[in-house]
Design a protein around this ligand. Structure first.
Ligand SMILES: NC(=O)c1ccc[n+]([C@@H]2O[C@H](COP(=O)([O-])OP(=O)(O)OC[C@H]3O[C@@H](n4cnc5c(N)ncnc54)[C@H](OP(=O)(O)O)[C@@H]3O)[C@@H](O)[C@H]2O)c1
Length: 273
């Protein structure tokens, strides 16, 4: 896909799952990459995979690592300043880093709600605001945001997760409207079930990771298939893209809009994992 040829692409959540797969696919398409997450060792491994997927003879300085914690908003600002010469050149930002939840509301500590908003929503907003002035100066750029089908309708045992993803839609849909006269684009990705470690890493009510793979996740769309579909959708500058997993998830998104009261009854009876 020529859209990515020579582009500088910054991916958060690049150490694992969807972000890792996007990074490898983009390496094959001639993009220069900036990989971010908390874990340097995992990012180094992804960098090595990306470099070996690249055909460019000068590939050694085409993959950069910038470690960051999306929950640490003050530090994000200083990290951006330290790496401004690289980060400010970003053409496409994949706001992908995030964490899920598996716990009923009554069993969930307030700290878990705080963490989900800090990582999934405020960390993403902070990074995007740091980059926005550079996009505006060049009148070009693309924000890609990994939301979720749980950002389109509330899902049981994910009250805080759904809320954080709904918040992303509010922010980025408003931002898209503000930018309508520019060449800066926003694409919201709404995955259903993709086979990654998301359920292993999901927070339970006390803030510990669930540590087990949900059945629906294990049966989800292979992440490599998902990332190819996503990259096609982003290249065609889709405003919103539903992808992956159970057919029912996509039907549910449409049903929640067309038959909202019927949908409320169905989702109330479901025990989604
Ligand atoms: N898999 C699905 O079915 C599915 C469905 C809908 C939406 N999504 C969304 O897709 C995105 C990627 O998830 P995934 O499925 O690829 O899961 P994953 O394999 O668990 O990857 C999550 C990524 O987010 C990073 N991350 C987590 N907390 C972070 C923090 N505090 N600061 C910086 N980075 C952080 C992790 O890196 P470190 O641990 O190295 O920091 C990792 O790279 C998430 O936003 C998730 O909500 C996934």
């Amino acid at each position: 896909m020529t859209y990515y040829q020579g582009k500088k692409v910054w991916i958060t959540g690049a150490s694992s799952g969807i972000g890792k797969s996007l990074a490898i696919e983009l390496s094959k398409m001639g993009a220069e990459l900036i990989l971010s997450s908390r874990k340097i060792d995992a990012l180094e491994k992804v960098k090595a995979l990306c470099l070996s997927a690249m055909s460019d003879a000068n590939r050694t300085n085409k993959v950069h690592i910038v470690c960051l914690d999306l929950a640490n908003h003050e530090e994000l600002e200083s990290i951006f300043k330290e790496n401004e010469s690289i980060l400010s050149q970003t053409d496409i930002l994949f706001n992908n880093g995030g964490i899920s939840q598996r716990s009923f509301a009554e069993n969930t500590s307030f700290d878990v709600y705080q963490k989900l908003i800090d990582i999934n929503y405020l960390g993403t907003v902070k990074i995007s605001l740091l980059l926005l002035p550079f996009f505006k100066k060049r009148n070009s750029g693309h924000f890609v945001v990994t939301s979720s089908s749980a950002g389109k309708f509330g899902v049981p045992v994910r009250t805080g997760y759904s809320a954080s993803k709904f918040a992303l839609h509010g922010f980025f849909e408003a931002l898209r409207a503000e930018l309508h006269k520019t060449k800066i684009y926003v694409t919201m990705l709404c995955p259903g079930y993709i086979k990654t470690d998301i359920s292993l890493n999901a927070l339970t009510g006390d803030g510990n990771a669930q540590g087990t793979m949900d059945q629906a996740q294990a049966n989800g769309m292979p992440v490599e298939v998902m990332s190819q579909k996503v990259l096609r959708a982003v290249a065609s500058k889709k405003a919103e893209f539903l992808v992956g997993g159970l057919k029912e998830t996509h039907m549910a998104v449409w049903m929640s809009r067309i038959f909202p009261s019927l949908f409320r009854k169905i989702i109330a009876k479901s025990r989604v994992t």
